[in-house]
Design a protein around this ligand. Structure first.
Ligand code: ASP
Ligand code: MG
Length: 604
């Protein structure tokens, strides 16, 4: 029988009336013939209160005690929910993380789930109980209580669904679903009927998502359909799922990540291993690096820019300084009050001119772009923090995102079953090729790579020393798009000293046309020096957990450096890492990566 995991966040169990309503939803799903596991967060803001209590005693609570403390919030909730179900005439069984068999690693306050032993849960489900599970917690190999990081109940819920396949997961929260952007910033954001895992990951990773991003990683890895809906009304919500019919929109959403810092290592010798030296030092400090931009080399020296969360800035700066000294780089530049705006869409690569349109929109609003990176499904730009909200709003409107959700819901009225929010898991399993192979031995949150692919038909074009002012990227990429030239990866670096460098790739057969066009533009308006490299190849590493496991970028640069491969251009996102290398080194580079990641590569 199919299992439905219903997760209830803190606001959905904030008082006993809400607890009764949550219990009713579980009983309803059970009476429709499903086996039901509820995953419950701590009531209301109780986890915050526990954090505050600890802070009254010490600035540095031992992390093991912190987990002992924080895990109590969920234990209160499951007991009360189970009592409510009993009182309403149902059968319920409350369980803590260790009783559920949720085994984690030992990283207190940010543990990752290793395995879930489903047998005890199955036994209770088979005897007609609703299992009421503590979210957010598990147990490490020594028997210590662990927690998964703030907001981690989503991750518990999807991981339980993965352990109990075939299954689906319903997330009950205080918003109606997944929106095209943060409705607090753009009042006209629209609710999407469905969105792919990949898009959701890119959005969740930027703080715009309603969900803990590790939960989406698990959903993608195990193919668990996730439905996000509101606890307090019967409105239809949003599906997060990727299937053959998932809409491939050029742009599905836009997101804003505030409080970024940009660091640039200047004058880096352009030799194999430079990126490794920089990023391994930062990885050792456990800092997740966000946008990474390395531009094409100028006189054997290059600049490597990247962004981190502002809270990680001082750790990052000291690591970057040490790396710069070791490499003999010429210095460091940084900027603190910056924000990242991104657009995400599964069909972006099939629609020429999306990036150009974003740049034009920002230019029309008089907003200067400080840095650019693109991947197949995402364009990100860095702007001054003071421009951020205006930039987000402008981009959201330019792509018509305010109308997107309603238009799709109208076109597909049967998509939802309003009310229960559940589609039949059995039907889903029939319709979609659900993977129900026994994967019980593997680690639920381990990194996995679908593929390490080589694209060998591209060339690199670079424009050096362009004026760092609004409208430049818009002009260049607008004209390139108008000439029917397809641009793939774009990077623009930081514009240190008032000048920026732009690098991008085009199909090799369009290289000459592209260079000719740029030269013509140079004659009419000042561009920087144009150079190109005909023989370039792109290596794309696609997978899950590439960023949540901070060692991956480090391992990648290490493997390339050990193989003596020089990296010409880099960009990264949640689900992809792209590097450009010389065509004649491409196969060697691909082999080195396949060997390095053999343990986590599940595709070709
Ligand atoms: N109660 C935990 C927190 O507040 C876990 C969760 O709500 O997902 O972070
Ligand atoms: Mg919560």
């Amino acid at each position: 029988m199919a299992v439905i995991v219903q997760k209830f966040g803190g606001t959905s169990v904030a008082d006993t009336a809400k607890i009764r309503a949550a219990a009713q939803r579980a009983l309803d799903a059970q009476s429709q013939g499903h086996q039901v596991v509820m995953v419950v967060s701590a009531m209301g803001k109780s986890t915050d209160r526990l954090v505050d209590l600890a802070a009254e005693l010490t600035e540095t609570p031992p992390s093991r005690d912190m987990d002992m403390l924080l895990s109590t919030g969920e234990q209160v909730s499951v007991a009360l929910v189970s009592m409510a179900i009993h009182e309403m005439g149902g059968k319920a069984f409350s369980m803590t993380g260790s009783q559920l068999g949720i085994a984690t690693d030992s990283h207190h306050t940010k543990a990752k789930i290793l395995t879930i032993a489903g047998d005890r849960i199955r036994e209770k489900l088979d005897s007609g109980h609703i299992v009421v599970a503590c979210g957010f917690q598990g147990i490490d190999p020594e028997g210590n209580i662990t927690t998964l990081g703030r907001g981690g109940s989503d991750t518990s819920a999807v991981a339980l669904a993965a352990a109990l396949r075939p299954s689906q997961c319903i997330i009950h929260t205080d918003v109606d679903g997944v929106y095209t952007t943060d409705p607090r910033v753009a009042k006209d954001a629209s609710k999407l009927p469905e969105i792919s895992f990949e898009e959701m990951l890119e959005l969740a990773g930027m703080g715009a998502g309603v969900m803990h991003s590790r939960s989406i990683e698990i959903g993608k890895r195990y193919g668990i359909p996730i439905y996000v809906r509101c606890s307090f009304n019967e409105n239809p919500g949003s599906w997060i799922y990727t299937h053959p019919g998932t809409p491939r929109r050029p742009v599905s959403g836009a997101a804003l990540l505030r409080n970024e810092s940009r660091v640039t290592v200047l004058g880096v010798p352009d030799v194999p291993g430079a990126a490794r030296t920089i990023f391994s030092g930062i990885a050792k400090k456990n800092v997740a690096v966000d946008m990474i931009v390395q531009n094409a080399s100028d006189d054997g020296r290059t600049e490597i820019s990247f962004t981190v969360q502002k809270g990680d800035f001082s750790d990052t700066l000291s690591a970057a300084k040490a790396a710069a000294d070791e490499l003999g780089a010429s210095g460091i530049d940084f900027e603190n009050d910056v924000a990242k705006i991104s657009i995400v869409g599964l069909g972006m690569a099939d629609t020429p001119g999306v990036a150009a349109k974003m740049f034009q929109t920002l230019a029309d609003a008089g907003i200067n772009i400080l840095m650019i990176t693109t991947s197949e499904i995402k364009v990100s730009v860095l702007v001054a923090k003071t421009d951020a909200e205006q930039a987000l709003q402008a981009v959201h409107s330019a792509f018509g995102l305010h109308e997107l959700g309603a238009a799709e819901a109208d076109a597909n009225p049967d998509y939802f079953q309003a009310g229960s929010g559940a589609v039949s898991v059995d039907d889903l399993a029939k319709e979609l090729d659900t993977d129900t192979a026994d994967r019980s031995g593997e680690h639920v949150e381990q990194v996995s790579m679908d593929a390490i692919r080589l694209h060998d038909g591209q060339s690199l074009v670079s424009i050096a020393g362009v004026p760092d002012e609004p409208g430049f990227a818009a002009r260049v990429f607008g004209q390139i798009a108008a000439a029917g030239i397809n641009v793939d990866m774009i990077v623009q670096d930081a514009g240190v000293g008032g000048k920026a460098n732009i690098g991008f790739t085009v199909e090799r057969e369009q290289l000459d046309d592209c260079v000719a066009l740029l030269e013509k533009m140079t004659a009419e308006q000042s561009l920087g020096a144009i150079t190109s490299r005909r023989e370039i190849a792109k290596l794309s590493v696609a997978g899950v957990g590439l960023r949540s496991h901070t060692d991956i970028a480090d391992r990648l640069f290490n493997a390339l450096a050990n193989a003596q491969v020089n990296v010409a251009l880099i960009n990264t996102s949640e689900v992809l890492i792209n590097v450009l290398v010389s065509l004649n080194e491409a196969e060697k580079a691909q082999a080195a990566l396949k060997q390095e990641f053999a343990d986590v590569l599940i595709g070709d």
